[in-house]
Design a protein around this ligand. Structure first.
Ligand code: C5P
Length: 219
């Protein structure tokens, strides 16, 4: 009997470092990686471009149902404004339902995957063998985003970025369907005062210990 794919769930708020950690973990353990935020960003960006109503659950879900996961443009979707529209459409239950099967299918492909998002450990992959919840203070996250933004736009404002992140956190954690939350069995990693290499080492050691427990392999 072949072992079930090894799944690592990495959740947490924007700019916590979860995306970088998820990519590094996937590369280290030889797993595939899905940034699930891109799916919500693609739906929001499409709604915005087509003049659709971001607060209309059914219109947003119709876009989510026709999303081509192989044709996402990460560089375009990474833009700050697409994070805000993503969070608006992500609050709709029908949008989340439309994206669920694709995320689970990705996770179930051998040899396994690292998925990062807000609800991976709680809703998308509740049986993931390793779960991490990566966070950092609002101030630290705002400063990280500001440093990225100011290199492209000298007029970027730390205050505006901080306010955007706070609003997005509140919407993501407060929504009814699949709110951002730490799973009971997730390791909490607070990266406020951690360098990325130290955060990666802590995450790597935890995932390796879960690999050993699962009997899948050890790295
Ligand atoms: O992770 P990222 O910042 O790209 O996510 C953009 C938005 O997509 C989040 O603010 C959140 O509203 C939504 N999202 C979600 N569930 C996920 C991933 C992202 O609701 N699993």
């Amino acid at each position: 009997m072949s072992a079930s794919p090894f799944v690592v769930a990495v959740d947490g708020p924007a700019a916590s470092g979860k995306g970088t950690l998820a990519k590094q973990l996937a590369s280290h353990f030889g797993l595939t990686h899905l940034d699930t935020g891109l799916l919500y960003r693609a739906v929001g960006a499409h709604m915005l471009a087509s003049g659709g109503d971001l607060d209309d659950p059914e219109a947003s879900a119709a876009v989510a149902r026709t999303l081509d996961l192989t044709a996402l443009d990460p560089a375009f979707l990474a833009r700050h404004e697409n994070g805000e529209v993503a969070s608006r459409v992500a609050a709709h239950g029908p949008v989340r339902a439309a994206l669920l099967d694709a995320q689970r299918a990705f996770a179930n492909e051998a040899p396994g995957a690292v998925l990062d998002g807000r609800d991976i450990g709680t809703v998308v992959c509740p049986h993931a063998q390793a779960k991490l919840f990566v966070t950092a203070s609002l101030e630290a996250r705002a400063e990280r985003r500001f440093k990225q933004a100011v290199s492209a736009d000298p007029n970027a404002s730390l205050e505006a970025i901080r306010a955007d992140l706070a609003r997005r956190d509140a919407r993501d954690a407060g929504r009814k369907d699949a709110p951002m939350a730490q799973a009971d069995d997730a390791l909490l990693l607070d990266t406020t005062k951690m360098r990325i290499d130290a955060a990666f080492e802590a995450a790597r050691a935890f995932v390796a210990s879960r690999f050993e427990c699962s009997g899948t392999r050890t790295s």
